[in-house]
Design a protein around this ligand. Structure first.
Ligand code: AMP
Ligand code: GLY
Length: 418
């Protein structure tokens, strides 16, 4: 199979690694990444193509005789890459632009989930500062969550009980976008992925991300600082409730509204005292969740994702290992605020570590490695149990050396203890 993976993050490196190590069907894959990173360059062929430029991608697909395109990040989905590929008859994994609105517009997503009876936080919408000011005055001191409606790379959310902080965040959002204010939900979070091929869906093992920047779940929101899989509190009864109360009504609603969905839908779920509630939809695999999930997949990934693209999901029964996975994100200094790029990285001693996934790294003309993003690597550990997985992950997380590198040292601690 000749596969093209669109994107340049650690999630795309994990996807490329999964194709390179077990594509399925006994066949090997030729893997191309657009544009990929220095990590994918070692296991696949990077091509200098902008995944948000559908024409460039189509040209590469024809030249390289690609049989399946997997879209990692939301940007190309919002830009209509899947629509262009489908129009050209190219098998692709990802939803069309219309369905990508479930992630690209939190306002649309909230109205959609309210229409279909999906439990979520009580939400108010604002387009004017005056209305927001009045709302904050009336609820003074109450903890609320403000959200920018459009895409914000995990940084468009503020939880606070400080009216001044909320107002200044809200005013900044309202300059260019719609604002949502949600009731603050208390509980434990899960990232749940469901593959969907338009007719059927299939729920994958749940992961738990760590969204806050600092230990103890403190500090600002990030794209995610580490993820574990499996998650003990995602037991059968909990997953059955999530499926019947959140996932099934969502897919029913999408079918009824003509949101043809092929790819993976990510449900951010809060397990509250009143039951599971939807925090958000994402129209792609999570990052860093994917880096912990895919090393546990025993079924060939080409069979699974190719099956989605072909509309053959109902015949698939993916197998996952009974091991535990822990992923730790290694970030640049300053992240999730402003951070420098192009920091030289020393990866000595990682030659045998296949689960060190790069994000936006590149090589200079002299071959030296440099960072390119805020989240620079995900170090994944696998083990027979959680303790072994964590030990492996943290041993690996120490290895990439660069100025100002940092990571949370408590990934999984609130879930497994210690
Ligand atoms: P979102 O982009 O909507 O998933 O929000 C990012 C993160 O903010 C989530 O993963 C949660 O940790 C937190 N969050 C979002 N909405 C709420 C809410 N209504 N109550 C509590 N925490 C929330
Ligand atoms: N880790 C959360 C996300 O991918 O949005």
């Amino acid at each position: 199979m000749r596969v093209l993976i669109a994107g340049s993050g650690a999630r795309e490196h994990a996807l490329a690694w999964a194709f390179a190590s077990n594509s399925g069907d006994g066949a090997s894959s030729a893997v191309f990444c657009a544009p990929g990173n220095a990590g994918t360059a070692a296991i696949a062929v990077n091509i200098p193509v902008d995944p948000e430029n559908s024409q460039e991608v189509l040209r590469a697909v024809r030249e390289l005789r690609i049989g399946l395109v997997i879209v990692g990040p939301e940007g190309p989905l919002a830009a209509g890459l899947i629509d262009a590929l489908e129009a050209a008859g190219v098998p692709a994994f990802g939803p069309p632009r219309k369905a990508a609105a479930l992630e690209c517009s939190k306002s649309f997503a909230r109205s959609f989930s309210e229409r279909w009876g999906v439990p979520c936080a009580c939400t108010e919408r604002f387009s004017r500062t005056d209305d927001l000011r009045r709302f904050l005055d009336e609820g003074r001191g109450k903890r609320v969550v403000l959200k920018k409606s459009g895409l914000a790379a995990g940084k468009g959310v503020l939880e606070s009980d400080d009216p001044a902080e909320l107002l200044s965040f809200g005013e900044a959002v309202l300059e260019s976008d719609e604002l949502l204010a949600e009731e603050f939900l208390v509980g434990r979070e899960l990232s749940v992925f469901a593959l969907c091929d338009r007719s059927d869906y299939l729920v994958l093992p749940a992961c738990a991300d760590h969204k806050k920047a600092y230990p103890g779940d403190l500090g600002p929101n990030t794209g995610g600082m580490g993820a574990v899989c499996p998650v003990p509190y995602a037991d059968d009864a909990t997953m059955a409730r999530i499926e019947s109360e959140i996932i099934a009504p969502t897919f029913r609603g999408m079918e009824a509204e003509g949101l043809g969905y092929r790819g993976v839908l990510f449900f951010g779920v809060m397990l509250t005292g009143e039951g599971p509630k939807l925090l958000e939809y994402n129209v792609r695999f999570g990052d860093p969740e994917t880096q912990s999930l895919l090393p546990l997949l025993e079924t060939g990934i080409g069979d699974l994702l190719g099956g989605v693209a072909r509309g053959a999901l109902c015949s698939l029964r993916p197998r996952f290992s009974a091991k535990a996975a822990c992923g730790v994100v290694i970030a640049a200094p300053g992240y999730p605020g402003a951070y420098p790029k192009g920091i030289p990285v020393d990866l000595a001693g990682t030659e045998d570590d296949s689960l060190l996934f790069h994000a936006s790294t590149s090589r200079r003309g002299d071959g030296s490695l440099v960072t390119g993003g805020g989240r620079c690597f995900t170090a994944v550990g696998l083990g027979g149990d959680w303790t072994a997985a964590r030990r492996e992950a943290y041993a690996l997380a120490e290895k990439p050396r660069f100025e100002g590198a940092w990571f949370r040292r408590d990934i999984g601690a609130s879930i497994f203890g210690g």
